[in-house]
Design a protein around this ligand. Structure first.
Ligand code: ADP
Ligand code: GN1
Ligand code: MG
Length: 361
């Protein structure tokens, strides 16, 4: 851990480093929990290295984060409700190591919990409310002020093109083993442009969106279990409200882990869908236009099928994007996503009825 210590020492931490631990379950960046001791108190920090294979201009990621956190700081009531970037010794906001990787540090949000999946319906309600509130606060922030740090991040038709390209190249010779999954994605090709078309017709405005609304990107207060802070702002970019909603459903309303091998365990829990919808709309201040509310189910299905497509593309490409622990990891992840899509299709009428009900509140 010597190397990490030398990085930590370039930031204004309080006290001496007493512990460095790899942290979190993210598939992209490297995260460490740093504990320092100043003689009286322990002070904890989150140190992260931005994956420059994924974020080609990590300094733009930091510029986006700084703009947004400074904006949010004026809206919230306590400092625990917004991420705080720790300054470097020379008053900057990040450093580059000798290999050219960007490192940044946040103050650790104490007395909080972070869940991969909701333990109670109320946890998911809280997450929905937090991401809805995040949308509401940032409705006054112009999306044009942010860099698009991963171009076409949730441009599903473009993701489909990339998938077809990976399939054609078939670098690893894996295509022959995934014919059912390929067919599944091809059969639904007319769906992929639905949200972009709604944007073009003026029914789905471009907003500031978080773009990675997993349940584990919301910290809940340890005591009250209420949502405290939305974290993981790397992908904050111009985007749609309904894809932020959808990514949360994809991950948090699933009855199983993203890489569950036993597909009989995987489905979308309609009660979780309902409670998140309620929380999200409430968090948005009850002001999400009806046109957007009616597209929430499309957002959920789009994010789920897109994610399945991304996992399969990476599998075909030889696992260069997402961290994997074994050769079929991306394929297992793809399969859970496609199973969820199937389940959403079966529950489509129920999903539409739920969102219609919330339109009429
Ligand atoms: P990734 O992009 O890898 O998902 P995150 O920024 O979400 O990275 O961090 C990974 C985990 O670290 C989170 O799920 C959360 O548990 C924890 N974490 C991140 N930032 C903080 C923070 N400021 N305070 C407390 N925990 C944090
Ligand atoms: C990645 O970093 P993490 O694990 O929060 C990915 C998301 C995917 C997710 C799938 C920058 O998020 O888009 O939905 O994995 N982030 C990026 O688990 O590609
Ligand atoms: Mg995260």
């Amino acid at each position: 851990m010597k190397n990490i210590n030398s990085i930590v020492n370039k930031f204004k931490v309080v006290g001496d480093i007493i512990k460095v631990t790899p942290y979190g379950n993210g598939l992209i960046n490297g995260t460490y929990l740093i504990t320092c001791f100043d003689g009286d108190d322990k002070n904890r920090y989150i140190l992260q290295m931005i994956n420059s294979n994924v974020f080609k201009q990590p300094d733009h990621v930091m510029e986006n984060i700084l703009k947004v956190t400074e904006f949010l700081r004026k809206k919230v009531e306590t400092s625990r409700e917004v991420l705080t970037v720790v300054h470097t010794l020379d008053d900057g906001h990040y450093i580059y190591d000798e290999d050219g990787h960007l490192w940044r540090m946040y103050e650790f949000i104490e007395d909080s919990i972070c869940l991969d999946r909701p333990e109670f319906l109320e946890d998911f309600y809280q997450a929905g409310k937090a991401f809805g509130k995040f949308q509401r606060y940032l409705s006054e922030f112009s999306p044009e002020c942010l860099y698009e740090t991963i171009p076409d991040f949730h441009n599903t038709p473009k993701r489909y093109e990339n998938f077809l390209k990976a399939l054609e190249e078939d670098k690893m010779g894996r295509a022959k083993d995934v014919e059912a999954e390929i067919e599944f994605l091809k059969e639904r090709k007319n769906f992929y442009s639905v949200l972009i078309d709604k944007n073009k017709s003026g029914e789905l405005p471009l907003r500031v969106s978080h773009n990675d609304t997993k349940m584990n990107n919301v910290m809940l207060d340890n005591d009250s279990r209420r949502a405290l802070c939305v974290i993981d702002l790397d992908t904050i970019m111009p985007g749609f409200s309904v894809t932020d909603f959808g990514d949360a459903i994809r991950f948090g309303a699933s009855t199983a882990a993203e890489d569950e091998k036993d597909l009989s365990k995987v489905s979308m829990d309609i009660n979780l869908f309902e409670i998140y919808t309620k929380g999200f709309i409430k968090g948005c201040g009850g002001q999400l236009p009806k046109t957007e509310i009616m597209l929430l189910p499309e957002g959920a299905k789009m994010m789920t099928i897109e994610c399945g497509m991304r996992f399969l593309t990476d599998y075909l490409d030889g696992d260069t994007y997402f961290k994997t622990n074994y050769p079929e990891h991306n394929l297992d992840r793809c399969r859970t996503q496609l199973k969820l899509v199937e389940d959403m299709e079966e529950k489509w009428d129920k999903m539409k009825r739920i969102v219609t009900r919330f339109c009429n509140l």
